[in-house]
Design a protein around this ligand. Structure first.
Ligand code: SAM
Length: 214
């Protein structure tokens, strides 16, 4: 799949931010301001994902600087793969893995709309704070479901201004993720063949868990 112009631009912006403003301003600034206890909830999702995966590999996409993924990798008994489209993010995440001697954390560059992994490869999949910056969140969710093993769980968090609650339900598939209400993401997860088992809100953050049928 060719990367769209939008995806290339997003990758450039995040590559620049990776080594500069990303953790102080985004992770420890806007995530806390807009998401309340979002950061703590993602760490908790990572703990649950490690439990679900058992000894199978766990995927975290987008990995960003691995601020959250490194915490998940410390808890997981198997391999954790972190993927991100931005080269700068991949480099930052790989540096963190080396610095903290996280031998089970592997980082690759990849586009969530077309992940370079086989079907049913992962024992758990995480997608934290990513869908709101991606041009096609429904395709992204379909890819998460494709690479997840049957009987396993995906953990998603997303920050949105949920203006979609004012629109008719039939618009759900066309609303950009950043304006999505919980229903928009439940629709996308369900359309990807997953069963949504949990939906939570923390200020403007939404957190989902969804299972792939065994
Ligand atoms: C807000 S950050 C979240 C990163 C990390 N999960 C976290 O919570 O710190 C959004 C990330 O999405 C990545 N991203 C944007 N579009 C992507 C795509 N199409 N495929 C993979 N990663 C993408 C960006 O490079 C950036 O690292």
């Amino acid at each position: 799949l060719k990367r769209t112009r939008a995806t290339r631009l997003i990758a450039r912006v995040y590559s620049f931010a990776a080594g500069t403003v990303y953790e102080p301003l985004v992770v420890n600034g806007s995530f806390r301001l807009l998401g309340g206890r979002l950061n703590e909830s993602i760490v908790e999702q990572g703990r649950m994902a490690a439990g679900f995966a058992g000894v199978m590999p766990l995927l975290d996409v987008p990995v960003g600087t691995a601020y959250f993924t490194s915490r998940t990798a410390r808890r997981h008994r198997g391999i954790v793969v972190g993927a991100d489209v931005a080269r700068g993010m991949v480099a930052s995440a790989a540096r963190l893995a080396r610095r903290e001697a996280l031998d089970n954390l592997l980082v690759v560059q990849g586009d969530i709309h077309s992940l370079p992994f086989k079907d049913d490869s992962f024992g758990a999949v995480m997608c934290s704070n990513g869908l709101q910056v991606m041009p096609n969140h429904r395709r992204a969710v379909t890819e998460l479901a494709r690479v997840l093993a049957p009987g396993k769980r995906v953990f998603v968090s997303v920050l949105t201004l949920p203006l979609a609650v004012c629109l008719p339900g039939s618009w759900s598939a066309h609303v950009p993720a950043v304006l999505g209400s919980a229903g928009v993401f439940v629709d996308a997860l369900t359309a990807a063949g997953l069963t949504v088992v949990s939906v939570r809100r923390s200020r403007l953050a939404l957190l989902f868990e969804a299972d792939k049928p065994a």
